[in-house]
Structures are given as C-alpha cells and as structure tokens.
Design a protein around this ligand. Sequence first.
Ligand code: SF4
Ligand code: SF4
Length: 248
Amino acid sequence: MTTKLRIAYQRFTSCGGCQLTLLNCERELPLVEKFFDIAEFPILCSNNDSDCFLDVALAEGSISSVEDLQRLLALRRRARFLLAVGACALSGGVNALAHDRELLLADIDGAETLRVETFPAQPIANFVQVDGEIPGCPPEGSDYLRFLGVLQQGGLPGEYAVPVCMECRLRENRCLLIDGKLPCLGPVTRGGCLARCPSYGAICEGCRGAVPEANFAEHFQLLLQTGLTATEVRGRLERFMGRNDEGY
Ligand code: SF4
Ligand code: SF4
C-alpha cells in the first residue's frame, strides 16, 4: 500500500481564490484524497491539525502582518516541502500595489476605525525558504494536479520555462501585441495557462509572473509603442512581477 503524504493548505493575505481553484477540481479530488492525508485545510475540513509534521505545506497569500509572519514561520518549521501558491505568495500580488497605504487604509476603513497592525505586503520567499512555486492569479487546476502528482512520485516539479507567447502561437491566436498594438505581457510571462486570456481576445496581464530570461528592456520599448506612458508600462509590469529597482 502507498504511504499517503500529509499535506496542509494555509491562507495568508489573499482573496482565497487560489484554494477555490483546487476545490473546483471536483473530478480529481477523490484521487487527491486517495494519495494525500489532508491534515489542515480550513475551508475544506472541520477538523484541522495545526501542529503535526507535514510532508507538504501549501501557502497562499502575501505576508502583511505579524500574525501572518508567525503562522508562516510555524508552518515552515512543520513542513518538509513548502510551496508558495499564487501571485500574492510569489510577488506580493495586487496586495503589494498600495503605494500610499495610509491613504488606502483611511479610504477603506475610515480614519476612526480600529485597525489591525499591518506592514506592506511581501512575498513569502522574503521570510522563509520556498521549495516550489505554483504560479497564477489564480493558478490553473492543472498546476495543482501536476505538482501533487510529481510530489506523490517523490519529486519536485521544475519551473515553467516557456512564455505565454509560445502557447499562444501554438493555439494559432492572432497576436494582440504585434497585430493589435495592445499592451500584452505574453512575451515576459511564464506559460502553463495555455494562453488563457489571449485565446479569448484579452491581453495577458502577466498573472503567472516573469518567465526565466524575460527580456524586460526589450518588452518595455515594445509596450511604449502601444501608446502607454513609461509610468503606465512600469505599473503593468510591476503588478505581478514585483518592483524592478534597476529600471527597465
Ligand atoms: S497575443 Fe500576447 S501572448 Fe499571444 S503571441 Fe501576442 S504577445 Fe504573445
Ligand atoms: S494569459 Fe496571462 S493573465 Fe491570462 S491566465 Fe495566462 S498568465 Fe494569467
């Protein structure tokens, strides 16, 4: 009999959409249950064990409070492998876009509201070692299944090395950047989503983060030719790829 790997899924600062994508894999969930012992997954289980040793911990969301950080450190100590799940965990995601946090918090909560102490949202890798990344906002269901399948076989999946453009061309889509003069981020974004957005006529917003060896300098110039200002181009690139302090 195969030994089941014990896993946990914890959410930090995020909308929760990444874990819903996993739960939407309804046909495959019985297989996940067959090969994995789900020790902790609050959105799914009534009984959660928050202390046991884990083979695999999945961590969704950015870190933006002391409470987040304490939970993350405890999760890391318990787990053999820790996987960062989704754009917020990988780059800070949309949570990290608040340039003027005081203004934003006052706008949302109101000046008089008692607020939880927070700090600027940061990726998980700023605080702990990360053994694997499941990209996307949210990830594809196939991302989870690929990771869990490889882990179950005793390995760790590699990074996606091809850009969205490659998958887009394989699907024979019309190029929104070259033909449509629209600010598509496909050339610098890692694939794996089968060019989901361009296949429906919408530009790639870069939600899966930067592909290895992305040529940002070249893409910056291409995006300027679509009519965006340098500030707008920078904003688009930073949304899911983090700040680039060296400039483009
Ligand atoms: S539409 Fe976007 S993703 Fe598709 S080929 Fe053009 S630049 Fe690449
Ligand atoms: S096409 Fe781009 S924005 Fe759309 S899902 Fe894929 S990586 Fe994300």
